[in-house]
Design a protein around this ligand. Structure first.
Ligand code: HEC
Length: 74
C-alpha cells in the first residue's frame, strides 16, 4: 500500500510539496489521513489529481482493501 502512495502521491503530497497540507510520506501520516485517502482514491477518484501519476484500477483496489481491512500501517 505504502508503495502505491509512494509512486502515485508523494510527488504532490511528500517532503517537497504538500498540496492542501496533506503529506503522506510516513506510516503515521498515512494513518492520520486514511479516511480521506480512501475517500479521494476509491470513492470519488479525485486523486491523484487528473491521474497525473497514472494510478491503475488494481492499485485503487489495493487501497480499498487496505482501508477495509482496518487501514493498518507498519
Ligand atoms: C499532481 C498532483 C497530485 C497528485 C499526484 C496527488 N494529489 Fe492529492 N491533492 C492535490 C491537490 C492540488 C489537492 C487540493 C485539491 C483541492 O483543494 O481541490 C489535493 C488534495 C488531496 C487531499 C485532500 C482532499 C480534501 O479536500 O480534503 C487528499 C486526501 C489527497 N489529495 C490525497 C491524494 C492521494 C492519496 C494521492 C495518490 C493516490 C494524491 N492525492 C495524489 C494534488 C495531487
Amino acid at each position: 500500500m505504502q508503495n502505491v502512495l509512494e509512486q502515485r502521491c508523494y510527488q504532490c503530497h511528500g517532503a517537497q510539496l504538500q498540496m492542501k497540507n496533506v503529506r503522506l510520506d510516513s506510516p503515521a501520516l498515512i494513518k492520520q489521513h486514511a479516511q480521506s485517502v480512501y475517500q479521494q482514491v476509491v470513492v470519488t477518484k479525485l486523486m491523484p489529481m487528473n491521474n497525473a501519476t497514472g494510478i491503475t484500477e488494481a492499485e485503487r483496489l489495493a487501497v480499498k482493501q487496505w482501508f477495509e481491512a482496518g487501514a493498518k500501517t507498519p
